[in-house]
Design a protein around this ligand. Structure first.
Ligand code: ARG
Length: 459
């Protein structure tokens, strides 16, 4: 097939080279952005008298038909035409003749592919932002529905201190809230228009970039044409965001996997979100969680891959940069599934508060509170720590927990203990006592939930 750039060539492209250099297999995904960008460019060219109004109308109408054909699935993409930009331009020129050949006036594929990707990233940011908000809503719902459930809190995956289950969940709400903020910044980067940069240096035509900016709803225009066609920072920012969200979801997945094991038994995932074993009839596996955890590695790979691709590139456009797309498309798809399935999974899972409570009856999660009791009565905390440590050791030898000791036992450990010691180290007291601003006391967690509701309403 004759190339749109074939003028200076004396022979056709090697088939393997065509296959290797073509990006149509993945960049067809940006067809809507490519068409919108071309329509705006043609409209601007006509307004500036660079092409005629009649040509601009033919271009815009022709592009509308192409868009319809792509959406109807009747558009035939050609590998020989390399990418989405050339596929559309060639089809347009075939359909409308000379006017189609005027579309690329004052423009290069370098600023064209850049403007398409900027618009695509803006759209992806909105898409992912909605899904993050929905997952945050799901977290709020589950936290509120289980606001009285107390669970063991962990450090080093060893039982540490009792916490509200809702407090634990709301930590994820906060993490995802930071991700939502990051998205706003990425939108701002993507919302800068590179069109008008031409190949790298700008254009000799009297184009009106402010007008294309307005038509394409960009917040601003690149100051520097060379930066405009070289910049892939916004793509990297998106991949970083994707890595961060996946890291957060991977940690949640890990906890859901642990909590749904027989050993923990804190939750049960819905059958709809698990799979079985081909050999072991009893199995119900948390495959979704495992895959979210697993796919996180792949998303990190996209970030590291593109960072590495970009690191040695001289200004301005280099074909290496065509590698910017597959990672971001895959990251968007992966985030789409991971965020939406997690929201559904949280909403549908059973929370076994009785089991969480039962394990707390059987451990030393209240040891800090026993030490705090002494410290509040004047014993230096380090000394209190040692006294309680010895008491824990004594209980382990006896095969009991602190709450099994009698008030007399406590008084024998230290004369500072009074009759109220057993009330001071109940599980409820441990939770209620942590009433500082960010602590797990019920009123504070409710404040987090109420503020959270306001935040998602505003998103
Ligand atoms: N498919 C190319 C890409 O995604 C489009 C830009 C090509 N520009 C060029 N001068 N070869 O990067």
């Amino acid at each position: 097939m004759a190339k749109l750039w074939g003028g200076r060539f004396t022979k056709g492209t090697d088939k393997a080279v065509e296959d290797f250099t073509s990006s149509i297999g993945f960049d067809a995904r940006m067809y809507a952005e490519d068409i919108a960008g071309s329509k705006a460019h043609a409209t601007m060219l006509a307004k500036q008298g660079i092409i005629s109004e009649a040509d601009a109308k033919a271009i815009v109408d022709g592009l509308t038909e192409i868009e319809q054909a792509i959406e109807a699935g009747t558009f035939e993409f050609s590998v020989a035409l390399e990418d989405i930009h050339m596929n559309i331009e060639k089809r347009l020129t075939d359909a409308i003749g000379e006017a189609g050949g005027r579309l690329h006036t004052g423009r290069s594929r370098n600023d064209q592919c850049a403007v398409d990707l900027h618009m695509y990233v803006r759209k992806a940011v909105v898409h992912i932002g909605e899904l993050i908000t929905d997952l945050r809503k799901a977290i709020l719902e589950v936290a509120e529905a289980n606001k009285d459930v107390i669970m063991p809190g962990y450090t080093h995956l060893q039982r540490a201190q009792p916490v509200l289950f809702s407090h634990h969940l709301m930590a994820y709400f906060s993490m995802l809230g930071r991700d939502a903020k990051r998205l706003a910044l990425i939108y701002d980067y993507a919302d800068t228009m590179p069109l008008g940069a031409g190949a790298l240096a700008g254009t000799t035509y009297p184009i009106d970039q402010s007008y294309t900016q307005e038509l394409l709803h960009f917040g601003k225009i690149y100051e520097n044409s060379m930066d405009a066609v070289s910049d892939r920072d916004y793509v990297l920012e998106f991949l970083h965001l994707a890595s961060m969200v996946m890291m957060h979801l991977s940690r949640l997945s890990e906890e859901l996997i642990l909590w749904s094991s027989t050993e923990f038994g804190f939750i049960e995932l819905d059958d709809a979100h698990c799979t079985g074993s081909s050999i072991m009839p009893q199995k119900k596996n948390p495959d979704v969680c495992e895959l979210v955890r697993g796919k996180t590695g792949r998303i990190y790979g996209h970030l590291l891959g593109l960072l590495t691709t970009m690191k040695g590139l001289p200004l301005t456009y280099n074909k290496d940069m065509q590698e910017d797309k597959e990672g971001i498309f895959d990251a968007e798809d992966t985030l789409h599934f991971a965020l939406s399935i997690n929201a559904a999974m949280l909403r549908a899972m059973k929370v076994n508060g009785a089991r969480m409570r039962a394990v707390l009856q059987d451990d030393f999660s209240n040891a800090t509170d026993m030490a705090d009791y002494l410290a509040k009565k004047g014993v230096p905390f380090r000394e209190a720590h040692a006294i309680v440590g010895a008491a824990v050791q004594h209980c382990i030898e006896k095969g009991c927990v602190l709450a099994d000791l009698s008030v007399e036992d406590f008084k024998a450990i230290s004369p500072i203990f009074e009759d109220d010691i057993l009330d001071a180290i109940t599980i409820e007291a441990c939770v209620a006592g942590r009433s500082n601003y960010s602590g797990t006391a019920p009123a504070n967690v409710m404040r987090q939930i109420e503020n959270g509701k306001k935040a998602v309403r505003a998103e």
